[in-house]
Ligand binder design. Structure first.
Ligand SMILES: [Zn+2]
Ligand SMILES: [Zn+2]
Length: 164
């Protein structure tokens, strides 16, 4: 998917639109490849004015992530819409290829801490139990003894959630 820059340069200020599905197998997320499921749905608008390209892009995708608390596989719905910076050298050629902008927009739409579900209880850092499925292993002191100040806070929180 790309905008034809010479057509845009010929009509400064005119808004051009593109819409379609762009196949992107994976995007780089902080050095790690994240696989996408199916193509990325893209809507892009661009105009050319004063030697600059103004680009606005909206993407929808589905990304394969790992839950940040329990590491379970999650398919995260990704959505982002916004203005993108187009460098002057990108505005000089015959075409503005949207691939890199689509990938950048998908990255911007991904959450920093994906969750398999909002109340995921995660994995105990001490005994390794998956707290969504099981209790702490016997002998695990995490969440039982612990810091007395934290225990007090926990009682307080439980009291408050009891009232709600
Ligand atoms: Zn989880
Ligand atoms: Zn534990």
């Amino acid at each position: 998917m790309r905008f034809e820059l010479d057509v845009m340069r010929a009509t400064p200020g005119r808004l051009f639109r593109l819409r379609g599905a762009v196949p992107v197998a994976e995007v780089d997320w902080r050095g790690e490849p994240v696989k996408l499921e199916g193509p990325v749905a893209v809507e892009a608008r661009a105009s050319y004015q004063n030697d600059q390209v103004f680009l606005n892009i909206r993407v929808r995708a589905r990304a394969h992530r790992a839950c940040s608390r329990c590491l379970r596989d999650v398919v995260e719905p990704v959505e982002f819409g916004g203005d993108m910076d187009v460098f002057p050298e990108d505005a000089e050629g015959k075409y503005l290829e949207l691939g890199p902008f689509v990938e950048a927009a998908v990255r911007l739409g991904m959450s920093t801490k994906p969750l398999c579900r909002r109340d995921c209880r995660g994995i105990c850092p001490e005994c390794g139990a998956d707290l969504n499925l099981e209790q702490h292993k016997s002998g695990c002191t995490h969440g039982t003894k612990g810091d007395p100040r934290l225990k007090k806070l926990k009682v307080l929180l439980e009291h408050r959630s009891g009232q709600a």
